[in-house]
Design a protein around this ligand. Structure first.
Ligand code: UTP
Length: 450
């Protein structure tokens, strides 16, 4: 983009101030500022501006009183049927895996992509290792390739790719690991002006995990999936190494139910736990963020004393590919966050603020839930599958996550193989050798035969 083009676009959008330090910038800074301006989608910027508190456009009230949905507990014949259906999908190569890893991980405070955070209790292997080795385990078990789509931000793309290269893609075939970048959105002041945090630099942040849809579309991932024959996508977040990636039973239930969007749900630890809640509204479904749950909703009980809104979402989903493609053509709702954002003063000096002074915008993937024609909700035991690393210390920290990993492995060994490992003994299992207990049973059997 040329300077003249940039001035015209900025004039049309009321953002001319972005070039106010132009004459003081060096050649390289000028070039990168023009590149940043070129990358900004001003149609989305207009939508963001309309969301600002001063814009006078209150969020539309949602229709329908939220009620608790029906949640499936898989057992007996249905469990067997679901596993068989999922295994068929995996063996036929119709399943892909989607990992969103573009977040900033600010609460954890770790330099580099969050997926590179060392979490293995003994090996210190990073989060990416646990995810990738599960994909590899499944693809070996079912003799089919499972494309692994990894979303990064602009900021952590190069480091993420380099991480996988340095680690030999954890044994995966390089052509089955597809990295794609999510979009970045500029931060804004209350009056809708895009923020410069340096004289030649616009403050930008990733557009949220919901940015995945636009990014899949922009990067040709839907075409890639179609070419590979992928119809069903397992989605998860980078910070949870307990997750059962593309678990056959979950994938199978989704397929049997002809679902467009399936979600695993777990019982909340306490009424006020900060998990998104799936609710019914009229004939459809919706996700309510924990901040939108009233006290009355949080504490409401059923006749037998159980929580009425009991199940929360840990962001473990299965999607129909065509549903995602359809949704990628629409505008997603925007969410804004009031944050401290560095700005530049008239002298071109960066000013750091003590209080929130600007807005960041994000899209959330679960906002497509009301559009799904068929939705399946599956209950699971959180001890087995949910211990995210969010904070450096305290709850949802590396410590609680490692404890949960060790406890899960201990339970697997005890339950499937009747091996009791004393809690004082260190324990770690490479997911490649034990996605679940059945892998070890098969291995044991083969070893005896040989
Ligand atoms: P979180 O909401 O936990 O955000 O993301 P975060 O950025 O990782 O961490 P904090 O809030 O700064 O501490 C949940 C999942 O969504 C992904 C993250 O990588 C994580 O897997 N995500 C989040 C993206 O891929 N892009 C985003 O823009 C935001």
């Amino acid at each position: 983009m040329k300077y003249e083009q940039a001035t015209e676009i900025l004039r049309q959008n009321g953002q001319e101030h972005l070039l106010r330090f132009w004459k003081t910038l060096g050649k390289a800074e000028q070039k990168s500022l023009l590149e940043q301006i070129e990358s900004i989608d001003f149609r989305e910027v207009a939508r963001c501006r309309a969301m600002l508190p001063g814009a006078g456009k209150p969020a539309a009230a949602k229709k329908g009183v939220p009620t608790a949905p029906k949640v499936t507990v898989l057992k007996g014949a249905l469990l067997k049927k679901a596993v068989a259906a999922g295994e068929r999908e995996l063996a036929a190569g119709r399943v892909g895996v989607l990992l969103v890893a573009g977040g900033q991980g600010s609460r954890l405070g770790f330099e580099g992509p969050k997926g590179a955070y060392p979490i293995g209790p003994i090996s210190n292997e990073p989060l990416f290792y646990f995810h990738a080795r599960k994909v590899l385990a499944l693809s070996r078990r079912y003799g089919a390739s499972i494309p692994f789509y990894i979303m990064t931000s602009m900021a952590n793309y190069a480091d993420t790719v380099a991480h996988f290269e340095e680690h030999g893609f954890y044994g995966l075939d390089k052509k089955d690991v597809i990295f794609f970048k999510q979009g970045m959105w500029p931060g804004m002041t209350e009056d809708g002006k895009i923020i410069l945090d340096k004289p030649g630099h616009v403050f930008m942040s990733p557009d949220g995990h919901g940015g995945m849809l636009a990014a899949l579309k922009a990067n040709g991932c839907f075409e890639d999936m179609a070419k590979r024959g992928v119809k069903t996508l397992f989605y998860f977040q980078v910070d949870n190494p307990l997750v059962n990636v593309a678990e056959p039973a979950f994938v199978g239930l989704h397929v049997l139910e002809k679902s467009e969007y399936s979600l695993k749900l777990c019982a909340k630890r306490n009424p006020r736990e900060g998990l998104g809640m799936v609710v019914r509204r009229g004939r459809g479904f919706d996700m309510i963020e924990y901040t939108e749950m009233t006290r009355e909703m949080n504490y409401r009980k059923t006749a037998d004393g159980d929580l009425y809104f009991k199940y929360g979402s840990p962001a473990i989903h299965v999607f129909d590919r065509e549903f995602l493609e359809r949704e990628a053509k629409k505008d997603m709702p925007l969410h804004l966050a009031h944050k401290k954002i560095a700005t530049v003063d008239d002298a071109g000096k960066t000013v750091v603020h003590d209080t929130a002074n600007g807005y960041k915008f994000e899209k959330f993937i679960f906002d497509i839930l009301p559009d799904a024609k068929r939705v399946t909700l599956l209950a699971f035991d959180r001890r087995d599958e949910f211990a995210p690393v969010k904070n450096a210390e305290g709850s949802d920290s590396p410590q609680t996550c490692r404890d949960a990993l060790r406890a899960k492995w201990r339970r697997q060994l005890a339950g499937d193989l009747h091996i009791i490992v004393p809690s004082a003994l260190p324990l770690e299992i490479d997911p490649l050798y034990m996605y679940d207990g059945s892998d070890i049973l098969k291995r044991g059997f083969l070893l005896q035969k040989n």
